[in-house]
Design a protein around this ligand. Structure first.
Ligand code: GDP
Length: 621
């Protein structure tokens, strides 16, 4: 077949079968990377809208419902059985490390980024009560200079890891002894028995649905924000002619967010319910910030999806072009299964029960399609602006006449705490890096599994550099031991800031994370118009980080529900299909199989601003 044939008008379904025999062994060819195909792949003129591809309930066959669930809940053994060859995991058990010298494990194939630029940006002013992710303002440390996620994102440039001039410290020159094994479970029992469950909550929804206002008001009612601060925000917002945004400012901390009136970064704060300790992530709703939203979702255990009940506004956010469906689909594919749907701005429709029921019905149909279970979703009518039904039982007859259910706070409290991999090896995913006082370095992230304690010697992968843990804090509180599920700020000594970046994983030397440029995965394609072919370029979103990647090989098309192989080496994968594929990234990344470390084995693929697929890592190559 000519590489330069016109492939625009092909019916890929037919093509796929027709050529299977002849081309069944040609997945390694570079058919997909010819100039004409590249042009085809990069056709941005046809704006795809994810929500437009989501089928209506009637169209969904039972099997496809299963698939959606299967996206995150598939029995991986079934899915991977046909390609269950020997796993070529990179043996990084004992990387060669010379302290003080930047050394990547020699087994890593491909170029390891060498940091070249030095960039530390000054701290942005933060609200005093609402904590930032790394330097919570409750315990402000003036010496800390946060490096913004935008600055540190490796995705923007291969050399964009934050760097300061090399600063050799005493710790640098003294080899660090590996940490002795601890009895993690008994330590956990000792430290946490009787403590409230910790939950990471992401707040998602279409831009202007009222997410920041609602959560800002909730924090205020819970006493997390003082009257004085709120008054300050009211005065300032009035000056800018945006008085209705005063509560939102509690979360939208940066001035740029305030003047634009949209949430751009993942703000973070915390509050307590009767039985839970909640870390709140208020993710951006604007479509330009979906990568940041994925960062929030990747750290979340549970979610509050905010929809605007205002006539016409719910429809805008929910239908084509709105972010409600895309956000819900993303969090589901990233493993969030418990959801509160907050039907907000009910004041704008006079607390109409009819409107509430209508929205609930439409949401329930859609959420079922994308794999949420009915009994894992709660629908709560609220008004974020006036504060009705947030933390207190409502007194308004227009609501109490028909609603006897939970307040938003009660619904959040009713979330089940997810199971954590406490006894597994340490995996701390780095989502931010700050220069600390003196020669120390502050690293923020979430512990996906295991535990970390002060005094531990840890290794930062993929470079394999060692450091000691000087101190740990969770939600501004200093602690000596942190466990899986904790969002932490860890102060490290004995390591240079140039050796740590977003997307890195902190481990103990006894069990290092896999580092690779290639891995196999089971993916589920969304309703994309263009088929996926070998060489298809995309952005890999994993562990809150982004890396350029390609679909290197299409290994098999599999049944969405059962994982049974339908066809080996397909030439293309079309929309809504499922397959086992090989993915290649530009540079070595830290990744695990979904079977071993659930949180480190799932990812989302996006291309030209669209979410193309979600997947689970089945084999590290
Ligand atoms: P976000 O983009 O989802 O975070 O939305 P914001 O919290 O910034 O709110 C967008 C706009 O909706 C602001 O003008 C808010 O004052 C307004 N708003 C938020 N909640 C309510 C509500 O319950 N009722 C009414 N009428 N307006 C609200």
């Amino acid at each position: 077949m000519s590489r330069h044939r016109n492939i625009r008008n092909i019916c890929y379904e037919d093509e796929d079968y027709q050529y299977e025999d002849i081309y069944g062994h040609s997945v390694d060819d570079d058919y997909g990377t010819s100039p004409s195909v590249e042009q085809f792949i990069y056709d941005r003129s046809s704006q795809q809208v994810l929500s437009g591809f989501i089928q209506t309930n009637e169209q969904i066959k039972e099997e496809e419902e299963e698939l959606c669930r299967g996206t995150v809940q598939v029995e991986l053994s079934k899915a991977t059985a046909p390609v269950e060859e020997k796993v070529l995991q990179i043996p990084l058990k004992s990387p060669s490390i010379e302290f003080g010298a930047p050394k990547a494990p020699s087994v890593i194939s491909g170029p390891v980024p060498r940091p070249t630029t030095a960039k530390i940006v000054p701290a942005t002013p933060k609200a005093t009560i609402v904590s930032g992710f790394l330097v919570p303002s409750a315990t402000p440390d003036k010496s800390l200079s946060p490096v913004s996620s935008a600055e540190t994102s490796r995705s923007e440039s291969p050399t964009n890891i934050p760097v300061v001039p090399e600063e050799k410290t005493a710790e640098h020159q003294t080899p660090l002894k590996p940490t002795k094994k601890k009895d993690v479970m008994s330590l956990y029992e000792k430290e946490r028995s009787g403590a409230k469950d910790r939950l990471n909550l992401v707040v998602i929804g279409h831009v202007d649905a009222g997410k920041s206002t609602m959560m800002g008001h909730l924090l205020y009612e819970l006493g997390e924000v003082s009257q004085k601060i709120l008054h300050k925000y009211e005065t300032e917002s009035k000056k800018l002619g945006k008085q209705s945004f005063a509560y939102a400012w509690i979360l939208d901390e940066s001035m740029e967010e305030r003047s634009r009136g949209v949430t751009m970064d993942v703000a973070q704060s915390s509050f307590e319910t009767a039985t839970k300790n909640i870390t709140l992530l208020d993710a951006p709703g604007h479509k330009d910030f979906i990568p940041r939203m994925i960062l929030g979702a990747a750290q979340a255990d549970v979610a509050v999806l905010v929809v605007d009940a205002t006539k016409g506004e719910f429809e805008t956010g929910f239908e084509s072009g709105g972010q409600t469906q895309e956000h819900a689909l993303l969090i589901r594919t990233l493993g969030v299964s418990q959801l509160v749907v907050s039907i907000n701005k009910m004041d704008t429709c006079d607390w109409s029960e009819e409107r509430f029921i209508d929205i609930k019905k439409r949401m329930a149909t859609f959420l079922k399609q994308i794999g949420f279970k009915e009994d894992e979703i709660k629908y709560i009518p609220v008004s974020g602006l006036s504060g009705v039904n947030l933390t207190r039982k409502p007194a308004e007859p227009c609501l109490t006449s028909w609603y006897k259910g939970l307040t938003l706070l009660e619904a959040i409290d009713a979330f089940r705490a997810p199971e954590r991999g406490i006894s597994k090896p340490l995996r701390l995913c780095v989502t931010d890096v700050y220069k600390g006082s003196g020669s120390s370095l502050n690293v923020g992230g979430r512990i996906e599994s295991g535990m970390i304690a002060t005094g531990d010697v840890v290794q930062i992968m993929p470079l394999g550099e060692s450091a000691s843990v000087k101190s740990i804090s969770v939600n501004s509180v200093s602690i000596t031991t942190a466990f899986a599920g904790d969002p932490v700020v860890v102060t490290l000594t004995g390591i240079d800031v140039s050796k740590v970046g977003m997307g890195n994983v902190i481990c103990h030397s006894s069990s290092l994370v896999n580092v690779t440029t290639r891995f196999e995965a089971r993916i589920v394609l969304f309703g994309i118009e263009l088929p996926v072919i070998p060489g298809f370029p995309f952005e890999l979103h994993y562990q809150g980080h982004t890396e350029p990647a390609i679909f290197k090989k299409l290994i098999a098309q599999v049944h969405k529900g059962t994982g049974e192989v339908l066809r080996k080496k397909p030439r293309v994968l079309t929309k809504n299909s499922s397959g086992i594929i090989e993915i290649e990234v530009n540079r070595p990344i830290c990744i695990e199989t979904y079977g071993d470390f659930r949180e480190l084995g799932r990812f989302v693929c996006r291309s030209s601003g669209q979410t193309v697929a979600a997947g689970l890592v089945t084999k590290v190559l």
